[in-house]
Design a protein around this ligand. Structure first.
Ligand code: SIN
Length: 292
Protein backbone atom coordinates (compact mmCIF):
# COMPACT_ATOMS: atom_id res chain seq x y z
CA UNK A 1 0.00 0.00 0.00
CA UNK A 2 1.36 3.46 -0.86
CA UNK A 3 2.35 5.48 2.20
CA UNK A 4 1.85 9.26 2.21
CA UNK A 5 3.74 11.47 4.61
CA UNK A 6 1.84 14.51 5.93
CA UNK A 7 4.12 16.73 3.78
CA UNK A 8 3.32 14.87 0.55
CA UNK A 9 -0.41 15.59 0.79
CA UNK A 10 -0.86 19.05 -0.70
CA UNK A 11 -3.64 21.06 0.94
CA UNK A 12 -4.37 22.79 -2.37
CA UNK A 13 -4.77 21.62 -5.96
CA UNK A 14 -5.12 24.01 -8.92
CA UNK A 15 -6.68 22.44 -11.99
CA UNK A 16 -6.63 24.69 -15.08
CA UNK A 17 -9.74 24.51 -17.29
CA UNK A 18 -9.34 23.24 -20.85
CA UNK A 19 -9.84 26.76 -22.15
CA UNK A 20 -7.92 30.02 -22.53
CA UNK A 21 -8.58 30.93 -18.88
CA UNK A 22 -10.03 29.57 -15.66
CA UNK A 23 -9.04 27.01 -13.04
CA UNK A 24 -10.75 25.03 -10.34
CA UNK A 25 -9.09 25.26 -6.93
CA UNK A 26 -9.51 22.44 -4.41
CA UNK A 27 -8.45 23.54 -0.96
CA UNK A 28 -11.33 22.60 1.33
CA UNK A 29 -13.39 25.16 3.22
CA UNK A 30 -12.44 28.72 2.32
CA UNK A 31 -13.21 29.94 5.85
CA UNK A 32 -10.38 27.72 7.17
CA UNK A 33 -7.46 28.55 4.87
CA UNK A 34 -4.28 30.14 6.19
CA UNK A 35 -2.15 32.91 4.66
CA UNK A 36 0.17 30.48 2.85
CA UNK A 37 -2.75 28.84 1.06
CA UNK A 38 -4.27 32.22 0.31
CA UNK A 39 -0.93 33.28 -1.24
CA UNK A 40 -1.22 30.30 -3.62
CA UNK A 41 -4.85 31.16 -4.39
CA UNK A 42 -3.93 34.77 -5.20
CA UNK A 43 -1.13 33.66 -7.52
CA UNK A 44 -3.48 31.14 -9.20
CA UNK A 45 -5.98 33.98 -9.71
CA UNK A 46 -3.34 36.16 -11.40
CA UNK A 47 -2.24 33.17 -13.52
CA UNK A 48 -5.70 31.93 -14.53
CA UNK A 49 -7.86 35.12 -14.37
CA UNK A 50 -10.89 33.34 -12.90
CA UNK A 51 -11.06 30.68 -10.17
CA UNK A 52 -13.81 28.28 -9.20
CA UNK A 53 -14.20 26.76 -5.71
CA UNK A 54 -16.90 24.04 -5.48
CA UNK A 55 -19.07 23.03 -2.53
CA UNK A 56 -18.57 26.09 -0.33
CA UNK A 57 -21.01 26.99 2.44
CA UNK A 58 -20.01 30.44 3.59
CA UNK A 59 -22.08 32.73 5.78
CA UNK A 60 -22.40 36.30 4.49
CA UNK A 61 -19.66 37.41 6.91
CA UNK A 62 -17.33 34.57 5.83
CA UNK A 63 -17.92 35.38 2.17
CA UNK A 64 -16.99 39.04 2.77
CA UNK A 65 -13.99 38.00 4.85
CA UNK A 66 -12.71 35.84 1.98
CA UNK A 67 -13.27 38.74 -0.46
CA UNK A 68 -11.32 41.08 1.83
CA UNK A 69 -8.24 38.87 1.51
CA UNK A 70 -7.98 40.18 -2.08
CA UNK A 71 -8.20 43.81 -0.89
CA UNK A 72 -10.66 46.37 0.52
CA UNK A 73 -14.24 45.78 -0.60
CA UNK A 74 -16.26 48.30 -2.56
CA UNK A 75 -19.39 49.66 -0.90
CA UNK A 76 -22.71 49.60 -2.75
CA UNK A 77 -23.12 52.56 -5.08
CA UNK A 78 -26.29 53.78 -3.36
CA UNK A 79 -25.50 56.87 -1.31
CA UNK A 80 -27.53 55.67 1.67
CA UNK A 81 -25.82 52.30 1.92
CA UNK A 82 -22.33 51.16 2.81
CA UNK A 83 -23.16 47.54 2.24
CA UNK A 84 -20.40 45.48 0.67
CA UNK A 85 -22.71 42.55 -0.05
CA UNK A 86 -25.01 42.56 -3.09
CA UNK A 87 -27.65 40.03 -4.06
CA UNK A 88 -27.77 39.09 -7.76
CA UNK A 89 -31.21 37.58 -8.21
CA UNK A 90 -34.50 37.59 -10.13
CA UNK A 91 -36.49 36.51 -7.04
CA UNK A 92 -39.30 38.68 -5.68
CA UNK A 93 -40.62 38.49 -2.11
CA UNK A 94 -43.93 40.22 -1.33
CA UNK A 95 -43.77 41.76 -4.79
CA UNK A 96 -40.34 43.33 -4.22
CA UNK A 97 -37.05 42.21 -5.85
CA UNK A 98 -34.52 40.80 -3.36
CA UNK A 99 -31.64 41.57 -5.70
CA UNK A 100 -30.47 43.05 -8.99
CA UNK A 101 -30.05 41.96 -12.61
CA UNK A 102 -33.23 39.93 -13.18
CA UNK A 103 -33.34 36.88 -15.45
CA UNK A 104 -32.32 38.30 -18.85
CA UNK A 105 -29.04 38.04 -20.72
CA UNK A 106 -26.25 40.29 -19.46
CA UNK A 107 -24.03 41.02 -22.46
CA UNK A 108 -20.22 40.97 -22.43
CA UNK A 109 -18.72 43.60 -20.13
CA UNK A 110 -16.24 44.36 -17.34
CA UNK A 111 -17.74 45.58 -14.08
CA UNK A 112 -18.25 49.31 -13.42
CA UNK A 113 -16.02 50.63 -16.19
CA UNK A 114 -17.67 54.05 -16.17
CA UNK A 115 -16.02 54.67 -12.78
CA UNK A 116 -12.48 56.09 -12.61
CA UNK A 117 -11.34 53.01 -10.64
CA UNK A 118 -13.33 49.93 -11.71
CA UNK A 119 -13.06 47.03 -9.23
CA UNK A 120 -10.01 44.76 -9.35
CA UNK A 121 -12.00 41.63 -8.53
CA UNK A 122 -15.57 40.39 -8.34
CA UNK A 123 -16.73 37.36 -6.35
CA UNK A 124 -19.99 35.44 -6.75
CA UNK A 125 -21.27 32.69 -4.42
CA UNK A 126 -24.14 30.53 -5.69
CA UNK A 127 -27.03 30.00 -3.25
CA UNK A 128 -29.90 28.98 -5.61
CA UNK A 129 -29.35 27.97 -9.25
CA UNK A 130 -32.00 27.35 -11.94
CA UNK A 131 -32.15 23.88 -13.57
CA UNK A 132 -30.94 25.37 -16.86
CA UNK A 133 -29.63 28.65 -18.21
CA UNK A 134 -27.86 31.45 -16.35
CA UNK A 135 -24.34 30.19 -17.21
CA UNK A 136 -21.59 32.80 -16.90
CA UNK A 137 -18.82 33.00 -19.50
CA UNK A 138 -15.43 34.70 -19.28
CA UNK A 139 -13.13 35.83 -22.09
CA UNK A 140 -9.35 36.32 -21.73
CA UNK A 141 -8.35 39.89 -22.64
CA UNK A 142 -4.60 39.21 -22.38
CA UNK A 143 -4.88 36.71 -25.20
CA UNK A 144 -7.22 39.06 -27.09
CA UNK A 145 -4.44 41.68 -26.99
CA UNK A 146 -1.55 39.29 -27.61
CA UNK A 147 -3.15 37.85 -30.77
CA UNK A 148 -3.49 41.25 -32.49
CA UNK A 149 -1.12 42.27 -35.29
CA UNK A 150 1.88 44.38 -34.18
CA UNK A 151 0.84 47.45 -36.21
CA UNK A 152 -2.58 47.46 -34.53
CA UNK A 153 -0.97 47.11 -31.08
CA UNK A 154 1.10 50.22 -31.86
CA UNK A 155 -2.05 52.11 -32.85
CA UNK A 156 -4.07 50.99 -29.82
CA UNK A 157 -1.29 52.02 -27.41
CA UNK A 158 -2.18 55.69 -28.01
CA UNK A 159 -5.96 55.36 -27.70
CA UNK A 160 -8.41 55.85 -24.84
CA UNK A 161 -12.02 54.74 -24.56
CA UNK A 162 -14.75 56.94 -23.11
CA UNK A 163 -17.64 55.19 -21.34
CA UNK A 164 -21.33 56.07 -21.12
CA UNK A 165 -21.46 58.38 -24.12
CA UNK A 166 -24.71 58.99 -25.96
CA UNK A 167 -25.05 57.48 -29.48
CA UNK A 168 -24.46 60.81 -31.21
CA UNK A 169 -22.46 63.06 -28.90
CA UNK A 170 -19.29 61.99 -27.08
CA UNK A 171 -19.23 65.36 -25.26
CA UNK A 172 -22.41 64.46 -23.37
CA UNK A 173 -20.76 61.39 -21.82
CA UNK A 174 -20.60 61.09 -18.06
CA UNK A 175 -18.35 58.04 -17.70
CA UNK A 176 -14.60 57.79 -17.20
CA UNK A 177 -12.07 57.38 -20.00
CA UNK A 178 -9.57 54.52 -19.77
CA UNK A 179 -6.71 53.36 -21.99
CA UNK A 180 -7.92 50.83 -24.58
CA UNK A 181 -4.94 48.68 -23.64
CA UNK A 182 -4.07 48.42 -19.94
CA UNK A 183 -0.95 47.04 -18.31
CA UNK A 184 -1.92 44.88 -15.37
CA UNK A 185 -0.40 46.28 -12.14
CA UNK A 186 0.44 42.81 -10.75
CA UNK A 187 1.31 40.68 -13.78
CA UNK A 188 2.90 43.47 -15.85
CA UNK A 189 1.19 42.13 -19.00
CA UNK A 190 -1.09 44.03 -21.39
CA UNK A 191 -4.81 43.33 -21.78
CA UNK A 192 -7.49 44.86 -24.01
CA UNK A 193 -9.78 46.94 -21.81
CA UNK A 194 -13.04 47.23 -23.75
CA UNK A 195 -15.34 47.41 -20.73
CA UNK A 196 -18.72 47.90 -22.28
CA UNK A 197 -19.99 47.14 -25.78
CA UNK A 198 -22.44 50.02 -25.97
CA UNK A 199 -22.20 53.75 -25.40
CA UNK A 200 -18.45 53.94 -25.75
CA UNK A 201 -16.22 55.78 -28.18
CA UNK A 202 -12.51 56.21 -28.76
CA UNK A 203 -11.57 59.76 -27.80
CA UNK A 204 -8.82 60.18 -30.39
CA UNK A 205 -10.80 59.01 -33.49
CA UNK A 206 -13.75 60.38 -35.48
CA UNK A 207 -16.95 58.62 -34.42
CA UNK A 208 -17.35 56.41 -37.52
CA UNK A 209 -13.70 55.24 -37.33
CA UNK A 210 -14.13 54.55 -33.62
CA UNK A 211 -17.26 52.46 -34.31
CA UNK A 212 -15.51 50.37 -36.99
CA UNK A 213 -12.45 49.70 -34.82
CA UNK A 214 -14.55 48.84 -31.74
CA UNK A 215 -16.75 46.50 -33.79
CA UNK A 216 -13.62 44.65 -34.95
CA UNK A 217 -12.12 44.50 -31.44
CA UNK A 218 -15.33 43.17 -29.85
CA UNK A 219 -15.68 40.41 -32.45
CA UNK A 220 -12.04 39.49 -31.94
CA UNK A 221 -12.19 39.63 -28.11
CA UNK A 222 -15.27 37.43 -27.70
CA UNK A 223 -14.38 34.63 -30.14
CA UNK A 224 -15.13 31.19 -28.64
CA UNK A 225 -11.44 30.16 -28.43
CA UNK A 226 -10.83 32.85 -25.79
CA UNK A 227 -13.82 31.88 -23.64
CA UNK A 228 -14.47 29.66 -20.61
CA UNK A 229 -18.13 28.99 -19.82
CA UNK A 230 -19.17 28.18 -16.28
CA UNK A 231 -22.26 26.09 -15.51
CA UNK A 232 -23.16 26.98 -11.91
CA UNK A 233 -23.83 24.55 -9.06
CA UNK A 234 -25.12 25.49 -5.61
CA UNK A 235 -22.09 26.16 -3.37
CA UNK A 236 -19.83 27.44 -6.16
CA UNK A 237 -17.70 30.46 -5.42
CA UNK A 238 -16.11 32.19 -8.41
CA UNK A 239 -13.62 35.04 -8.24
CA UNK A 240 -12.46 36.87 -11.37
CA UNK A 241 -9.93 39.54 -12.23
CA UNK A 242 -11.99 42.39 -13.66
CA UNK A 243 -8.88 44.05 -15.17
CA UNK A 244 -8.11 41.40 -17.76
CA UNK A 245 -11.34 39.64 -18.77
CA UNK A 246 -14.87 40.23 -20.00
CA UNK A 247 -17.86 38.27 -18.73
CA UNK A 248 -21.44 37.70 -19.77
CA UNK A 249 -24.45 35.85 -18.34
CA UNK A 250 -26.99 33.85 -20.28
CA UNK A 251 -30.71 34.39 -19.75
CA UNK A 252 -32.77 31.85 -17.80
CA UNK A 253 -36.51 31.22 -17.37
CA UNK A 254 -38.29 34.08 -15.63
CA UNK A 255 -40.17 31.64 -13.38
CA UNK A 256 -36.97 29.89 -12.26
CA UNK A 257 -35.08 31.11 -9.18
CA UNK A 258 -31.45 32.20 -9.17
CA UNK A 259 -29.74 33.76 -6.12
CA UNK A 260 -26.05 34.61 -5.88
CA UNK A 261 -24.14 36.78 -3.43
CA UNK A 262 -21.68 39.24 -4.90
CA UNK A 263 -18.92 41.39 -3.52
CA UNK A 264 -16.28 43.45 -5.31
CA UNK A 265 -12.72 44.38 -4.43
CA UNK A 266 -11.43 47.91 -4.94
CA UNK A 267 -8.55 48.50 -7.34
CA UNK A 268 -5.48 50.23 -5.91
CA UNK A 269 -5.18 52.50 -8.95
CA UNK A 270 -7.06 53.49 -12.12
CA UNK A 271 -6.36 51.41 -15.25
CA UNK A 272 -3.10 52.55 -16.93
CA UNK A 273 -0.89 51.61 -19.84
CA UNK A 274 2.84 51.34 -19.14
CA UNK A 275 5.21 53.65 -21.04
CA UNK A 276 7.02 50.53 -22.33
CA UNK A 277 3.79 48.60 -23.06
CA UNK A 278 4.96 47.43 -26.49
CA UNK A 279 7.93 45.65 -24.88
CA UNK A 280 5.88 43.82 -22.23
CA UNK A 281 5.83 39.99 -22.08
CA UNK A 282 2.73 38.05 -23.07
CA UNK A 283 0.64 36.55 -20.28
CA UNK A 284 1.22 32.79 -20.23
CA UNK A 285 -2.41 31.65 -19.86
CA UNK A 286 -3.76 30.97 -23.33
CA UNK A 287 -0.23 30.91 -24.78
CA UNK A 288 -1.26 28.05 -27.07
CA UNK A 289 -3.55 30.46 -28.93
CA UNK A 290 -0.86 33.02 -29.73
CA UNK A 291 0.70 32.86 -33.17
CA UNK A 292 -1.96 30.56 -34.60
C1 SIN B 1 -22.60 40.01 -13.60
O1 SIN B 1 -22.54 40.27 -14.79
O2 SIN B 1 -21.91 40.62 -12.78
C2 SIN B 1 -23.52 38.91 -13.13
C3 SIN B 1 -23.02 37.59 -13.52
C4 SIN B 1 -24.00 36.50 -13.20
O3 SIN B 1 -25.13 36.77 -12.78
O4 SIN B 1 -23.64 35.33 -13.39
Amino acid sequence: MTQFSRESIRPIAIIPAEAALGAEVRCGRLQSIDDTIFGEIRQAWLDNLVLLFRDQTLSDAQFLEFGRRFGPLKSAAAADSHNELHVVSNVHVDGLPIGIQGHGEIVWHSDMVSFSKPPAASLLHAIVIPPSGGDTSFSNMYVAYDTLPKALKRKLAGLTLKHEVSPDSAESGTGASHPLVCTHPDTGCNALFLGSRFNTCINELPRHESDILLEFLWLHATQPEFVWRHRWRVGDLVVWDNRCLLHRREAFASNARRILLRTQVEAGEPPRIAADALERPVHRRGLALIGR
